[in-house]
Design a binder for this molecule. Structure first.
Ligand code: SF4
Ligand code: F3S
Length: 104
């Protein structure tokens, strides 16, 4: 499976949603997550994300986010169509520690 990492937080560009063939993205207020059971591992979304927020679960950084994607994709609503990103999305690219500020 592929997973969405903290780089998505407050960027939420949603280009990933536009290309996913199985609509396995789920939407929270500040970020999206992927349902690991539904993702078919096609990899199409990964290069589409302007924030480089999507990684394969084999990536060394993925473990923490896999747990989060798995858990939250079961409670957040499905998103199948791209919407307007937040107005300040660009400003949040490459900001460190976004998970801590968004979820605390
Ligand atoms: Fe969807 Fe493919 Fe990305 Fe999985 S890897 S979330 S199936 S686009
Ligand atoms: Fe997030 Fe990137 Fe998708 S910022 S919403 S993972 S295109």
């Amino acid at each position: 499976t592929y997973v969405v990492t903290d780089k998505c937080i407050r960027c939420k560009f949603m280009d990933c949603v536009a290309v996913c063939p199985v609509d396995c993205f789920y939407e929270g207020e500040n970020m999206l997550v992927i349902n690991p059971d539904e993702c078919i591992d096609c990899g199409v979304c990964e290069p589409e994300c302007p924030a480089a927020a999507i990684v394969a679960d084999t990536d060394p950084t993925a473990a923490r986010w896999l747990e989060l994607n798995d858990r939250l994709s079961r409670v957040w609503p499905n998103i199948a169509e791209k919407k307007e990103p937040p107005e300040d999305a660009e400003a949040w690219m490459d900001v460190d520690g976004k998970f801590e500020t968004a979820f605390s």
